[in-house]
Design a protein around this ligand. Structure first.
Ligand SMILES: [Zn+2]
Ligand SMILES: [Zn+2]
Length: 93
């Protein structure tokens, strides 16, 4: 019995990789957008993931820089490390 492989149709990812601003930009820049929304497929807990730099707390619109010391420490950041935008932090609550 032979399996017939269907022709693989690639999704049009190339179009979405162009450098236009994404329609639903919730952060100050694309770098922050990437890291704040980053979800690692391998680590359910962001503190376990070496690729996860930023945690974003939506209710207070605050950003924390993950301290990878084996625990779950964060440093609240007031300015974007990439573009320098002043971030509205938890003090506004
Ligand atoms: Zn930024
Ligand atoms: Zn990971």
């Amino acid at each position: 019995m032979r399996l017939t492989l269907a022709k693989i149709v690639l999704p049009q990812v190339i179009q979405s990789m162009t450098s236009t601003t994404p329609p639903q930009m919730t952060h100050c820049c694309q770098s922050m957008q990437y890291f704040a929304d980053y979800h690692c497929p391998d680590h359910a807990n962001p503190f376990d993931c070496p690729d996860q730099l930023i945690v974003y707390h939506a209710p207070t619109r605050s950003y924390g820089l993950i301290v990878h010391d084996g625990g779950s420490s964060t440093i609240e950041i007031r300015f974007c490390p990439w573009c320098g935008t002043h971030l509205t932090g938890s003090t506004a609550v």
